[in-house]
Design a binder for this molecule. Sequence first.
Ligand code: FAD
Length: 368
Amino acid sequence: MPEAKPAPRPAAGRGGMKKELPDHFKAYRHVWVAVEMERGIVHPVSFELLGEGRKLADKLGVELAAVVMGPPGEATRHAMAEAFCHGADMAYLVEDDILHDYRNEPYTRALTDLVNAHKPEILLLGATTLGRDLAGSVATTLKTGLTADCTELDVDDDKSLAATRPTFGGSLLCTIYTLNFRPQMATVRPRVMSMPERVERPVGKVVEVKLDLKEESIITKILDFIPDAQSHKANLAYADVVVAGGMGLGALENMQLVKNLAAALGAEYGCSRPVVQKGWMPAERQVGQTGKTIRPKLYIAAGISGAIQHRVGVEGADLIVAINTDPSAPIFDFAHVGLVTDAVRFLPALTEAFKRRLSPHNRDKLAS
Ligand code: FAD
């Protein structure tokens, strides 16, 4: 099971925490990423994990494998081809009609059988709704450690996976090791890791694996699929521009100022956690450790202090513009552009300026 690493870690065999890795785990090698596919669409977090897995595999001098599970057909094959274009050396392919829609039982069975047969040392999954469900049941079935919602992955000198994640409400970062069990499992939330460059590459080595499971033995049945009517409303995690408001805006009606600026920029809008707690914006708009992690090209934060729990969700942005009345607000420690001013007065002026600048008429004038 996972253990918090003391510093310095006591050496093996000296009565410290680390025991010798049991012999039956010594054959475990290579880094795997479980590619998440739902209704034929690969979740981008899988490619982000392949980028991260590539770095780990290179450090360890091992192969990076994509695990692609789905119904037989073009979508599953396409997902596998894309995994190669995002860094995989090889793929394990499990195609079965049973895997048409995600259900915990057949996916857990497929993945645990694969692990038991081919023995990876590291197994990474996205910390999505599906990935969290699958990772938890795979880890408990395999009786190994799982570090959830990691913000950093590395391998240390003795080649153990160092999985770092926030702890104590985000005020500390903790590096967790799975020293005596294999595989070492971790989940990472979408957008926490950067997207690797896609490079056109042919499909490499593929190991096709049969799933030894019959539909009759699965308790869960899919009767119908009703898409979440709200699910496409907020696409904060993958937006190029995000405007967010915090408690400094002072009132529910001022949230409209954030929405107006977002509309002028063709951006998504978000907020800090207390704004959600106040009921000024819905939870799906929350940015930060317990909300969405974002990596936009531009992030505008208005009336947000920049607490650590907010910072961890936004610091991957290319350009952070902070508007805050307090020059010593923590957000100015990591913002690229800081404006010390009243956001309630400034946002309407900024919105008007952008509207004028981005109007088709002016765009034509600027281009000429
Ligand atoms: P405040 O801290 O109240 O800051 C308001 C800021 O606005 C101040 O800096 C002030 O100077 C400025 N201001 C005031 N008036 C104006 C004005 N007129 N114009 C411009 N600026 C003005 N927070 C998140 O955001 N996301 C999370 O995911 C998250 N997860 C958390 C998880 C845990 C376990 C815990 C314990 C906390 C979490 N928090 C999270 C809360 C976090 O610690 C902060 O409390 C929160 O981010 C503060 O929100 P805020 O900056 O909007 O409000």
